[in-house]
Design a protein around this ligand. Structure first.
Ligand SMILES: NC(=O)c1ccc[n+]([C@@H]2O[C@H](COP(=O)([O-])OP(=O)(O)OC[C@H]3O[C@@H](n4cnc5c(N)ncnc54)[C@H](OP(=O)(O)O)[C@@H]3O)[C@@H](O)[C@H]2O)c1
Length: 349
């Protein structure tokens, strides 16, 4: 029997860390050996989160004992700071925070209003969108796990951009459940503030905009691209639905709606042919089609009246948008099957 990899989670007490612990419990090649948390240190994990009782772990302030691999689900800045000692020891890691996603330390400072704690590592980190970046992920020491909105937007647009089907003039309109804002208490996350209402936010520039732009530029022919990104908060717990728009390049798809749609679907299906967690579907999906699972479900179509591509993508922000994708990255880094521990089906209703 092969020895299991001993894994630690920095900050199990946030939603992303909690979801990591839930998913790692089912992983065939992993032993979850250490979970840290600041305010709950010293308490049994099952006392803080009864659903995790079977893990039989105690939350500690620091990682105790030897681990072979580390996940961080800390907020940005704290995450890179906490990962540094492990990286210096040569451990490999997946960072779920935003700390290694932007390649440019000045851009990080501009969007996150703090000085990057380890700018020298930005060049070495790989952007962990497994579907597009597997080769870099295999060999990297640290992975920048993508943001939840960027995962939905980039996967929705990558085939059309890479195949030159659209002009590089993108609109991403996204809706997220409230768990996307984390577990910390805030006025904007109160039940009575979010229930029965929908609101746009981040119009002055959401932190995921530079990430979406950076990664889509790598796919667009010529690297030129502009993006408008408007996120919305929806009264639900989990899930992201992004509707993405771009002008179609005339003459790239057949004339006639039916043939354009079937050619488009064929391009998307072919692009994601070998990707276990992207499903190209033939009807508009809902967020609940992905809740609890690591799937990103994508529906590409054309609007013949305006000549635009319209792509709808759905995912669970805590799974494909955070913890599930982090495990997918670990699987690729450590040479496990990409799907190991991640084949659980979604929840319905
Ligand atoms: N939520 C999502 O859908 C999602 C998706 C993708 C990525 N992420 C990323 O995942 C990370 C965690 O997000 P989350 O949503 O799980 O957050 P969360 O639920 O709000 O949890 C934040 C946790 O961080 C702890 N914390 C705050 N500042 C800290 C510090 N300086 N040092 C140590 N612990 C600190 C808090 O613990 P105390 O009780 O000790 O204060 C709290 O448990 C973030 O970087 C976020 O960007 C989240």
């Amino acid at each position: 029997v092969a020895k299991k990899v001993r894994v630690g989670i920095l900050n199990v007490t946030g939603y992303a860390g909690l979801e990591l612990a839930r998913l790692l419990y089912q992983h065939p090649h992993v032993e979850l050996a250490a979970v840290t948390g600041r305010s709950e240190a010293g308490k049994p994990l099952g006392e803080v989160f009864p659903t995790l009782d079977d893990l039989g772990l105690t939350i500690t302030a620091e990682v105790q004992g030897k681990v072979d691999f580390i996940f961080s689900a800390l907020p940005h800045k704290a995450s890179a700071e906490a990962l540094l000692p492990f990286l210096r020891q040569g451990l490999r890691a997946v960072d779920i925070s935003a700390d290694f996603r932007l390649r440019d330390a000045a851009e990080y400072k501009q969007w996150y209003q703090v000085v990057h704690p380890a700018p020298e590592l930005l060049k070495e980190a790989a952007y962990g969108l497994t579907e597009l970046n597997k080769d870099a992920i295999c060999g990297a020491q640290v992975i920048a796990n993508p943001g939840c909105y960027p995962t939905s937007a980039i996967l929705a647009l990558a085939p059309a951009l890479k195949e030159g089907l659209v002009e590089p003039d993108i609109i991403v309109d996204s809706k997220s459940g409230v768990s996307g804002a984390g577990r910390g208490l805030s006025l904007g996350a109160h039940f009575s503030e979010v229930n029965e209402t929908v609101s746009a936010y981040g119009l002055e520039g959401h932190r995921h905009l530079p990430e979406i732009t950076q990664e889509l530029r790598r796919l667009a022919p010529g690297g030129k691209l502009r993006v408008t990104f408007v996120p919305h908060l929806i009264p639900m717990t989990r899930g992201i639905l992004s509707t993405c728009y771009a002008p179609l390049v005339e003459s790239r798809l057949g004339s006639g709606l039916a043939s354009a749609q079937s050619e488009l679907a064929a391009v998307y299906r072919d692009f994601y042919r070998d990707q276990p967690f992207v499903r190209v579907v033939s009807a508009p999906p809902q967020t609940k089609h992905t809740n609890g699972s690591n799937y990103c479900v994508i529906y590409p179509t054309v609007d013949p009246r305006s000549g635009r591509l319209v792509v709808i993508s759905c995912l669970d922000n805590l799974v494909k948008g955070a913890a599930g994708q982090a495990i997918q990255n670990m699987n690729v880094m450590l040479g496990f099957e990409e799907t190991a521990g991640l084949l659980g089906l979604g929840l319905w209703p």
